[in-house]
Structure formats: structure tokens, C-alpha cells
Design a binder for this molecule. Structure first.
Ligand code: ARG
Length: 280
């Protein structure tokens, strides 16, 4: 078990403002006892295959449970998020402190450049490549900044469906160079860029129903994939590709617009040149 994930227990989690369509109608509708059970079930499943480290939540920052948005980890560098919405900016100092205390080199984006961390910046699992979503939260201008900061190829992707406001709600690079994603969350040019970089045999396009169940918001650790819910068809496809799926309900967090992947941040992202993807 070498992989490490950062999680934040939902002691202060709630929906108290609306900054994405999932939160509309859900203000003060979260059942905190259910949220705690769901979070613990996810943490227990992941801890079978990886180490979990914790950052303490605080009153007044109810979305801090979504540690994917803390920033982007690559090697010992941590690019701190600069939240688009003022409602989440109180999390920035808390995450900066945690990463500095844990030996990371904390890099800050310019304050006028919104960047929402591993919600919008996802490392490919076959190439030395960073996929970056923009259009709702992260500024498109972050692509060139991240590329020079981290010396990595950055592929920007434009998000066009407001229900899928972060890249990790509709796009999940998987081990072996597979990609699970919801094509219509992207504009046509971005769909074409994805198709140009990931061979058809490795692309797993999910249905509307799976996308709305946040199937793409999955935690992939080796062959293991943890997610809220997947249709039988999706389970079958992922199983054929060698993945072991575990479904665990995360409905309380979906009221805030997040699910399994949002609740975690992978802490070990080695700086290396992974093997080049072999076309299947
Ligand atoms: N309520 C949070 C927001 O709108 C949810 C964040 C979910 N995180 C994610 N990585 N998709 O910012």
C-alpha cells in the first residue's frame, strides 16, 4: 500500500450556499449523521488499498470535505487553489498550512487567476500530461502557468454543461491509459482533442444516467475504482478492462455537487516519465 489520499471528515459539512446547480434546493437539507456514515464507508473502502491522511475541517468552510479542490500535487510541489467563489476562499489558508506542515513546497497562483486544484487538473495515468478543465471555475489562463511551473504538457478542455462544473465530475483518467468520461460535458473541439490523445479502445464514454450518478467522479487506485453508483453496463465494461469496482452511496455529498473523487486528493503523484501509451 503505497498510495496516500487526503480526506477531511464531514464534521462541519453542510449546504449553506449555492455555487453549483446541485446545491440549488439543498440548502440545509443535508443529514449530517448520514453524511458521516457515507464518508466513513468510503474512507474504510479506500483504506483497504491505500493510506488515508486527514486534514481537520473548520466551522464556516462547509465544502472543505472536498479535498480534491485543495490544490494540485505533483512530486513535492503543491499548487494551492485560488477559489473562483469567495464562499470557498477561507479554505485556502487551511490547505496551505497543511501542505507546508507536511513538507510540500506550496506554490500560489496569482490571486486574480481562479484555479480549483485537482477538481479541474487531472494527471493522465499513461502520459506525462495534465488535463485541465476550464469554463466554469478554473481560468483557461492557468494552462500555460501550470505548464511552465510544473514542466508538464497541459491539455485544456472546455466544460460547457454547468452540471459538470469541475473536470473531475465528468472525466476520470484510469490506470493503463483508460479514460472514463462524459463526452457532452465538453465542447466539440475538446471532445476532438480527447479523441486525438486517447485511443478509442481505451475511452469509456458513460451514459447520461451514469454521468448524473457521478460515476466519473471515481477514485482509481491501481485496479480499484471507488464510486457512488454505476449501471450494470458500466460495471461490465470496467470489469472487462480489469478494474474492480466498489460502489458506495454518497448521496449527502451529491447535494453539494460532489462525490467519491471530490472527497479525496491523491498525495503521491511521482515526478516521472510514465511509459508511453500503447494503442490498443
Ligand atoms: N460544493 C462544492 C463546490 O461547488 C463541491 C465541490 C466538489 N468538488 C469537486 N472536485 N468536484 O465547489
Amino acid at each position: 500500500m503505497n498510495d496516500r489520499y487526503l480526506m477531511c471528515a464531514p464534521d462541519h459539512f453542510d449546504v449553506v450556499y449555492v455555487i453549483n446547480p446541485w446545491m440549488a434546493g439543498n440548502v440545509a437539507q443535508c443529514r449530517s449523521d448520514v453524511a458521516v456514515c457515507q464518508w466513513r464507508a468510503l474512507a474504510t473502502l479506500i483504506s483497504d488499498v491505500a493510506h488515508i491522511e486527514r486534514v481537520k475541517g473548520q466551522p464556516g468552510v462547509p465544502d472543505m470535505v472536498f479535498t480534491a479542490n485543495a490544490g494540485l500535487v505533483l512530486g513535492q510541489s503543491f499548487v494551492l487553489s485560488r477559489f473562483h467563489h469567495p464562499e470557498r476562499r477561507g479554505e485556502e489558508a487551511l490547505f496551505a498550512n497543511w501542505f507546508a506542515d507536511h513538507g510540500y513546497h506550496v506554490i500560489r497562483m496569482a490571486p486574480e487567476l481562479p484555479f480549483e486544484g485537482a477538481g479541474d487538473a487531472l494527471l493522465d495515468r499513461a502520459e506525462n500530461l495534465l488535463w485541465m478543465g476550464h469554463g466554469h471555475r478554473t481560468s483557461e489562463r492557468c494552462a500555460s502557468v501550470l505548464s511552465s511551473l510544473l514542466d508538464i504538457d497541459v491539455q485544456p478542455l472546455k466544460l460547457v454543461d454547468e452540471r459538470f462544473y469541475h473536470l473531475d465530475t465528468c472525466f476520470c483518467p484510469l490506470e493503463g491509459g483508460y479514460l472514463m468520461y462524459y463526452p457532452t460535458a465538453f465542447d466539440a473541439a475538446s471532445q476532438a482533442r480527447i479523441a486525438a490523445r486517447v485511443p478509442a479502445a481505451r475511452r469509456i464514454a458513460v451514459s447520461d444516467a451514469d454521468a448524473l450518478d457521478f460515476a466519473c467522479n471515481a477514485v482509481n487506485c491501481g485496479r480499484h475504482v471507488f464510486l457512488n453508483r454505476a449501471s450494470n453496463e458500466l460495471v461490465q465494461r470496467l470489469t472487462e478492462f480489469g478494474f474492480l469496482l466498489r460502489q458506495t452511496p454518497l448521496g449527502e455529498f451529491m447535494k453539494a455537487g460532489g462525490s467519491a473523487k471530490c472527497l479525496t486528493l491523491k498525495l503521491n503523484e511521482p515526478l516521472r516519465q510514465p511509459p508511453v501509451r500503447v494503442a490498443a
